[in-house]
Design a protein around this ligand. Structure first.
Ligand code: 3PG
Length: 306
C-alpha cells in the first residue's frame, strides 16, 4: 500500500513527519512529491499510488487515469473543487476532504486582512478600527464560524448569511442571521467570503451585489477567486473610491488591479490562509488517518463523491 503526498505547495516539515508516522504505523509506504512544477511529474508519481493526499493540487481525469491502483484521494483541507469528482466516481475512487482542520488558520488570516485594510496597508497613515463595524460572513461553515468568534473579540457586530445553515445555528453563536445575500451586503461595511466555488457561486460576487455595500466598504476573500466577477470588481472599484478588496487568492487580473487601485487592493503571492504549521499538522494527519481508516475499516465518513 503506497500513500503519495503530492503537494505543489508543501506542508510544514513537522506535518509531513506526522503523516509519515501515521502511514508507517499502518505498515504502508510513504512517497513525497513536493513543489512539482510540471503536471508530468504528478502523472508519473501517481502511477503506483494506492492513496493520495493533496492540497489545492489539480486531480483531473488525466491524473485519475494515470493512477491505475488508486483507491482514495484525500484533499487535506476544505474545498475540493480541484478534484474531478465524476472521473473519480467512474474509476471507483473515493474522494474525501478534512473539514474544519485548517479553518482557524484561514479565519485568522481573514481578520488579519481586515486589520491590514483598515490600517491602510500599514503605510503609517491614520486608519480606522474594526470595533463596532458591521461584519458580514458570507456562508457560515467552519471558517465562517471561526471568523465570527474572532471578530466578536474585536467588538465587531457580526452578521451572517448561509443558504444552507439554519438561522438558529447561526444565532446560537450570537451572530445575526440575515435572510438574503442582498441584505448581508446592504447591512455590512466588511464582508468576508466563505462560499465554495460551485457552478452556482462562480462569478456570483458581482457589481450589483458589491454596490449594495455601504460607504467605506471592504471585501475580504479567503475563499476562491472563481466566485468573484473579476471584470465587474474593476468597474466597481473605478466607480467607488471608498471600496477596498483584500484577497488571499490572486486574481487573473492582478497586475491591472494593483496598478489601478494602489492602497485599496492587496493579494497574497500564494494562497496562504491554511499555511500554518498547526493547520498543516491538523489537516495532513487527519488525511493520513482517514486513509488508514478507509482501507482498514471501510470508513467513508468524509467522502464527498458518491
Ligand atoms: C481549503 O480549501 O482547505 C483552503 O483553501 C486551503 O487550501 P490549501 O491547502 O491549498 O492551502
Amino acid at each position: 500500500m503506497k500513500v503519495l503526498v503530492a503537494t505543489e505547495k508543501p506542508f510544514a516539515k513537522v506535518a509531513v513527519d506526522g503523516i509519515r508516522k501515521e502511514v508507517e504505523a499502518a505498515g504502508y509506504e510513504l512517497a513525497l512529491l513536493e513543489k512539482y512544477t510540471d503536471k508530468q511529474q504528478l502523472l508519473d508519481a501517481v502511477a503506483d499510488a494506492d492513496a493520495i493526499i493533496i492540497r489545492s493540487d489539480i486531480v483531473d481525469a488525466e491524473v485519475i487515469a494515470a493512477a491505475k491502483q488508486l483507491k482514495i484521494v484525500v484533499r487535506a483541507g476544505a474545498g475540493y473543487d480541484n478534484v474531478d469528482l465524476e472521473a473519480a466516481t467512474k474509476a471507483g475512487v473515493c474522494v474525501m476532504n478534512t473539514p474544519g482542520q485548517n479553518s482557524n488558520a484561514v479565519a485568522e488570516l481573514a481578520l488579519g486582512m481586515m486589520v491590514f485594510a483598515a490600517r491602510n496597508l500599514y503605510n503609517g497613515t491614520s486608519g480606522t478600527e474594526l470595533k463596532e463595524k458591521r461584519l458580514g460572513i458570507h456562508a457560515y461553515g467552519n471558517v465562517g464560524r471561526n471568523v465570527a468568534r474572532i471578530a466578536k473579540g474585536f467588538g465587531m457586530e457580526v452578521y451572517a448569511y448561509d443558504a444552507f445553515c439554519p438561522a438558529e445555528v447561526i444565532e446560537k453563536d450570537g451572530v445575526k442571521a440575515l435572510t438574503s445575500v442582498e441584505e448581508l451586503y446592504e447591512t455590512c461595511q466588511v464582508v468576508s467570503l466563505h462560499i465554495p466555488a460551485t457552478a452556482e457561486t462562480k462569478n456570483s460576487i458581482n457589481y450589483a451585489l458589491l454596490n449594495r455595500m455601504p460607504k467605506g466598504a471592504l471585501l475580504v476573500n479567503t475563499a476562491r477567486k472563481e466566485v468573484i466577477n473579476e471584470a465587474e470588481i474593476v468597474t466597481l472599484m473605478e466607480d467607488r473610491a471608498d471600496f477596498k478588496y483584500m484577497t488571499d487568492i490572486m486574481p487573473a487580473n492582478h497586475a491591472e488591479m494593483q496598478e489601478k487601485f494602489p492602497g485599496r487592493y492587496f493579494a497574497t503571492p500564494k494562497k496562504m490562509g491554511a499555511q500554518t504549521a498547526e493547520a498543516n499538522i491538523n489537516a495532513g494527519i487527519a488525511a493520513a488517518k482517514q486513509i488508514v481508516d478507509f482501507v482498514q475499516n471501510g470508513n467513508e465518513r468524509f467522502r464527498v463523491n458518491r
